[in-house]
Each structure stands twice: as structure tokens, then as C-alpha cells.
Design a protein around this ligand. Structure first.
Ligand SMILES: *Cc1c(COP(=O)(O)O)cnc(C)c1O
Length: 385
């Protein structure tokens, strides 16, 4: 086996694309101006920020005035939820799902402690919510529904269009976390019926620490930070100009290359499933059989600990994850798998492989070969008294 590093953790973060980096560099150096300065240096930065805003708006089918830059997916999720909950006086009930990212779950838990009532919709064995359950959960005092577009641990895609339709009918504000979807699923604001949508650049080969929140025109949520006049007084603070420039370039490429990338990732995922299931016994695939992101493969290896697998892969220079990067390091089983009714033992036996555009068929073969050896070793160890 060669010593090539194998990265299968693209759902945690992706490497920045060379073209993206190249567009960013001038804004660290010669064009370092503050986008709020009125002199020529500021105007240059402002122009770049607004050009990026337009690229992002074009990529998801909204207007540039509806895009607000943030410091990433977590901030966008926090803002969407807090900015709605703390403003709406129609009620104190929020609906979300049991499988959201911690950026949504922990924000909802914070609001619960402040007197809000939160319904966490259950999911089926594949991780999907049901529209029926959503309908039943809606109350007179429901002010917000937040359902992710695609899950970061198992890849399951949620019925956002239908959920949005219901929210619209009932006049309830609807937010979706689309962080994992960009580049794999086409996002068209006009079709989605959403009021707010979260994006994060580092999940689509852009820079870390920059994201955006789409806020439908006319929806007056509270500002996230108070200070200067940036982002139309809704998110004060000097703009991360290089990051914003990188995000615009990255989303343009992600949308342009989506079909090609989706095909590539689908092939890799199929190959991984075929090779791993062929050579290793008692492996279960977690996630939806077809409503799923092409790049995420979550597997449970019966009677071995996922953490042990990850450690042995790590030693070989193979990066994978136990699910949410934010939860890894803890030995608690994934809240997503538990919500899918996956038994505790199988939840702890799970590993998430998330593939990227630079992965090859050869990478998958190498992964499958190494996994076979690792699982055999771990299962043999478990057999010994
Ligand atoms: C990564 C991720 C986030 C957090 O985004 P950051 O930019 O890392 O803060 C939120 N939601 C989902 C679904 C994610 O995968």
C-alpha cells in the first residue's frame, strides 16, 4: 500500500479550489480596502463584495438584496432561528427535526430554556421526516419551521418543497439549512417555498468562516449583530472581503459542475458500497435508498466500534468521520442514527465516508481493501475472551 493520503470527510469540510484561492489572494494584498470606506480602495472592495452577492443570488435563483453574508453555516442557522423567534409575537412554538445539525438543535434548545416550545419531528428509518407529521405538529402559535435540506451525517434529502408549501399555506416562516446540498442538489429559491436558507462556503470548496443567509424580501428578521451599517444594518461588522469573494467563485463553480460532480460521486458511492459489502459481512447502510446526497455513505459495521475503525484508518492516513465533526471526540452515539431507530450498538458501529470531487476509483479500492483488513482484525479481537 502506498502512503497517499485519502480524504473521505468532505461533509466536514472541503479543500479550497485553486481557482477560488486565486481570486481571493488580491483581496488580502493589494486590494485590502475596507468595503465601507468611501475612497477608491474601499470602492474596489465594495464592488467585489457586491459582485459575489450577485453570483450567489444567481446560483440559487433569488435577488442580490436577499443575500446576507455571515461567518458561516452556524451563524446563518443561529440568525435565522433567533432573529425570527425573538421578533415574532404571534407565538412561542417552533418546529424542527430530530436530525438537524447542532447549529439548529442547540439554538432551539437555548430558546426552550427561554420559554419557547419546540417540537422535534421524528424521522423514519431512512432519516426522512413525514409531511403528515409536520401537518400534525403545526399549532396556532407556531412561528417558525426549520428543516434541513440534506442531512450531514447520513445524506438523506428532506421533502423541503412540500414542507415549504404547507408553511406558506399556514403563513409560518420556513427556514432550511442547505449547507450540505450545494453542488449536489439544485437549489432554486423560486421552487423551494422557503423564507430563509443557510449556506456555508467551506462545504463547497470555498474558504472557511464565510457563509450566507438568504432572507426573502419583506421578511423583517432581527439583526444578528449591531454596529455599523454593513449588510443593510442586519449583520454589522467589517466584511470578510477575501472570504466573500471566494464564496462567490466557489458557488459558481459548484453549480456549473454539478451534473458532472454528481455523476462522479454517484459512481464512487456505488463502487464503495459494492466493494465493501462484497468483502465485509454484516454491514448496514444508513440513510435513504435513493433520496440521498451522492457524496455521503454512512455504514454500520456490526460488532465493532466506529471509533476503533476511525483510529485504525487514521493511522493509515485515511480520514473519515463518525458523523458530525462537532460531535466527534465524544463517544455518544449519533443523535441522527438514534432518531432513525438504529439500535445503540449499530449507531456506535457507524462510520461516515463523504466523498469529494478529487476522489478516484482507485481511492475507493484502497479504502475497501483497508477496511476489510481493519474490520477482520477488530472482529477477531472482539472474539477473544
Ligand atoms: C457544516 C454544517 C453546518 C455548519 O457550518 P459552518 O460553516 O461550519 O459553521 C451547518 N449545517 C450543516 C448541515 C452542516 O453540514
Amino acid at each position: 500500500m502506498d502512503n497517499k493520503i485519502l480524504y473521505f470527510d468532505h461533509a466536514a469540510t472541503t479543500p479550497i479550489k485553486q481557482e477560488v484561492l486565486e481570486e481571493m489572494i488580491p483581496f488580502f494584498k493589494d486590494h485590502f480596502g475596507n468595503a465601507s470606506s468611501v475612497h477608491f480602495m474601499g470602492r474596489g472592495a465594495r464592488k467585489a463584495v457586491e459582485a459575489s452577492r450577485e453570483r450567489i443570488a444567481d446560483s440559487i435563483g433569488c435577488t442580490d438584496r436577499e443575500i446576507f453574508f455571515t461567518a458561516g453555516g452556524t451563524e446563518s442557522d443561529n440568525w435565522a432561528i433567533l432573529g425570527t423567534a425573538l421578533k415574532e409575537d404571534k407565538g412561542k412554538h417552533i418546529i424542527t427535526t430530530a436530525v438537524e445539525h447542532p447549529a439548529v438543535l442547540n439554538t432551539c434548545q437555548y430558546l426552550e430554556a427561554k420559554g419557547f416550545d419546540v417540537t422535534y419531528l421524528p424521522v423514519d428509518e431512512y432519516g426522512a421526516v413525514s409531511i403528515d407529521d409536520l401537518n400534525k405538529a403545526i399549532r396556532k402559535d407556531t412561528i417558525l419551521i426549520s428543516i434541513m435540506l440534506a442531512n450531514n451525517e447520513v445524506g438523506t434529502i428532506q421533502p423541503i418543497e412540500e414542507a415549504g408549501k404547507i408553511a406558506k399555506e399556514k403563513d409560518i416562516i420556513f427556514h432550511t439549512d442547505a449547507v450540505q446540498a450545494v453542488g449536489s442538489v439544485s437549489i432554486d429559491i423560486k421552487k423551494l417555498n422557503v423564507d430563509m436558507l443557510t449556506l456555508s462556503a467551506h462545504k463547497f470548496y470555498g474558504p472557511k468562516g464565510v457563509g450566507a443567509l438568504y432572507i426573502r424580501k419583506g421578511l423583517g428578521i432581527l439583526p444578528f449583530t449591531m454596529g455599523g451599517n454593513q449588510e443593510r444594518k442586519k449583520r454589522a461588522g467589517t466584511e470578510n472581503v477575501p472570504g466573500i469573494v471566494g464564496m462567490g467563485k466557489a458557488i459558481e463553480i459548484a453549480v456549473r459542475d454539478m451534473e458532472k460532480n454528481r455523476q462522479h460521486l454517484t459512481v464512487l458511492r456505488e463502487q464503495a458500497i459494492q466493494q465493501i459489502l462484497e468483502t465485509i459481512s454484516n454491514v448496514k447502510i444508513n440513510g435513504h435508498p435513493h433520496k440521498i446526497l451522492p457524496g455521503i455513505l454512512n455504514l454500520s459495521f456490526e460488532s465493532v466500534k466506529g471509533e476503533a475503525i476511525l483510529l485504525m484508518l487514521d493511522r493509515l492516513g485515511i480520514a473519515a468521520s463518525s458523523g458530525s465533526a462537532c460531535a466527534s471526540g465524544s463517544l455518544d452515539p449519533s443523535h441522527v442514527l438514534l432518531a432513525m431507530n438504529c439500535p445503540h450498538e449499530l449507531a456506535q458501529a457507524s462510520v461516515r465516508f463523504s466523498f469529494g470531487v478529487d476522489n478516484s476509483t482507485e481511492d475507493i479500492r484502497c479504502l475497501a481493501n483497508n477496511l476489510k483488513t481493519i474490520i477482520e482484525k477488530l472482529r477477531a479481537m472482539a472474539q477473544k475472551p
